[in-house]
Design a protein around this ligand. Structure first.
Ligand SMILES: NC(=O)c1ccc[n+]([C@@H]2O[C@H](COP(=O)([O-])OP(=O)(O)OC[C@H]3O[C@@H](n4cnc5c(N)ncnc54)[C@H](OP(=O)(O)O)[C@@H]3O)[C@@H](O)[C@H]2O)c1
Length: 314
């Protein structure tokens, strides 16, 4: 079959022949892949920099999820937890225990663009910290695909205030669901509007995490009010400097949410609910379709967090 193939970490994937993946047990089936999102996590996989890359082996087909059609015509959303055979190929073997059948009217491109973006905060707020209705959430990196969905997910799950923080004020102002917005660099505003934050959803880490944590610690109305800092991504850096005093002087807890801290079964169990909300239009990340044979062009398109590149075979 044809596939996007990574032959060396750091090189752009190329459209090459690759052996067809074979089912290895009764839970696995072959699907024709229709759409696969080019998420930041996929770039990390292809670059060998994601924490799941250790021992993955090359060559590999990138892609962590997608929408495919089985031989019986059913449409599936699937996660590719096999780090060697990803979803950016003509065909994929899917584990039906980590996949869900989609309604026939589903738009594969929108589903492939949106589900990964929504499930991130959905799992974080339902499985990793269990947000109670009325709690206040701050989203760091709120203008991205996952961040903008996190603002909406927090509201839908019953958050009180949802503070959206990012580096582009005009894009922050256009977000739906935010009760307040602030630039990362505006520590004074963050300290004020975030003084009663209960949960931070952090998609950036790096220097923004250091800066925003310092502002929230400084502005805390009640130092004993618990605050959970939930890391989900590292768009601004894999390392952050955190002052020890922040941990002693405030009731601050640092946790994370992602593959490994959640089991495949936990993640799969939440997919039907999220897929249904995408199907009915509640959540929508705009897809930017690029054909599989144009994978090198897809990889080199300029970064644009307002829409998601989707490798399309429709
Ligand atoms: N743990 C999970 O379950 C999970 C699931 C999905 C995604 N993620 C992770 O979440 C992160 C964000 O993914 P995404 O899909 O939202 O990506 P995206 O759509 O490309 O958006 C990237 C976001 O990061 C911001 N950003 C990039 N570099 C920055 C910097 N140096 N300083 C400040 N802001 C910066 C962008 O700001 P602009 O809008 O101003 O460009 C935008 O808000 C990634 O690390 C991804 O791997 C985690």
């Amino acid at each position: 079959m044809k596939a996007a193939v990574v032959t060396a970490y750091g090189l752009v994937p190329r459209y090459l022949d690759f052996p067809d993946p074979q089912p290895s047990n009764e839970h696995e089936i072959v699907v024709e892949v229709l759409a696969a999102g080019l998420h930041p996590r996929v770039r990390m996989q292809a670059g060998g920099s994601h924490y799941t890359s250790v021992g993955a082996g090359l060559p590999l087909v990138p892609g962590i999820d997608g929408v495919g059609r089985a031989a019986d015509g059913q449409l599936w959303y699937f996660m590719s937890l096999n780090s060697r055979y990803g979803s950016m190929a003509e065909r994929a073997v899917i584990d039906t225990r980590h996949s869900v059948v989609l309604p026939v009217h589903t738009d594969p491109l929108t589903m492939a663009a949106t589900l990964n973006c929504v499930i991130a905060s959905w799992l974080a707020l339902t499985q990793r910290v269990t947000m109670r209705p009325g709690q206040n959430v701050l989203v760091l990196g709120a203008t991205g695909g996952t961040g903008s969905m996190a603002v909406q997910v927090a509201r839908q799950l019953g958050a009180g205030q949802v503070v959206a923080v990012g580096r582009d004020i005009s894009r922050l102002a256009a977000l739906s669901g935010a009760t307040a917005i602030a630039r990362i660099s505006d520590s004074e505003t963050i300290a004020r509007i975030g003084s009663e934050t209960d949960i931070v959803l952090d998609f950036l880490w790096g220097d923004p995490a250091t800066e925003v944590m310092a502002a929230l610690v400084a502005g805390r109305a009640d130092p004993t009010r618990p605050m959970a800092w939930m890391n989900l991504g590292e768009m601004a850096g894999a390392r952050a400097t955190l002052p020890a005093s922040a941990l002693r002087s405030r009731r601050l807890r640092i946790v994370g949410s992602g593959q490994g801290s959640l089991t495949g079964a936990t993640m799969t169990a939440e997919i039907p609910a999220v897929a249904a909300l995408i199907s009915n239009g509640t959540y929508n990340v705009e897809p930017c379709p690029v054909p599989l044979h144009d994978i090198e062009r897809a990889w080199s398109l300029p970064a644009d967090s307002s829409r998601r590149i989707v490798i399309s075979q429709l």
